[in-house]
Design a protein. Sequence first.
Length: 248
Amino acid sequence: MTALLEADALVRRFGGLAAVDGVSLALRRGCLHAVIGPNGAGKSTLTNLLSGELAPTEGRIRIGGVDATGWPNWRFARAGVGRSFQRTNVLREMTVGENVRLAAQIRCTPPGRLLRAAAREAAPVRAAGAALERAGLAAHAARPAAALSHGQLRQLEIAMVLATDPQVLLLDEPLAGMGAEEAERIATLLRALAVDHAVLLIEHDMDVVFAVADMLTVMVDGRVLDEGPPAHIRASARVQDAYLGHAA
């Protein structure tokens, strides 16, 4: 299957430091691809490269086979790449539905109509409703975002990404700080989203990663240490020595 988003030998240097050093991977629809590794391995920098937040020093990025190297982040978003961040990025004084509708407006509303009342624009309202339903938050649409639990805020951020109609989802630590019940709910959502999206997941909860991932890339010091399905990574002596430990 053709990759929706592909990285070829990506390098990103900051001065003399290569935060990402020769990383290649391919994200395909129906596959949840997790990137794991210790702090400082280059995972978030890789995500920033794949979303257009940073430009690579070397290497190529392709979206649907089209060379997207050096595109600004808004072109990545327009091409169907959506991402969430480590820190929850919602407007807490607005309702859940308003947050998602605002995200949908960016994608659905022609520039000449951005100053019209949001509620009069049918396309963003429909897109927001569908995203809330998909993320499991339809019943909370009228609640202030500030009233949500931590796990629900992460669901809201995913709903906001979904409202932009992405084909590729780049999710940076969506389970950070969650208890077991909320983490299980988000893990179930991630598996459902991977059915019809290409999903890249950055996550430190190894129980969740091995439960939901179809493919894993292990990064250490900016480089790919190993890559493969969960059974291969769990059995890899190199990965055990460098990251998981022999109890994994």
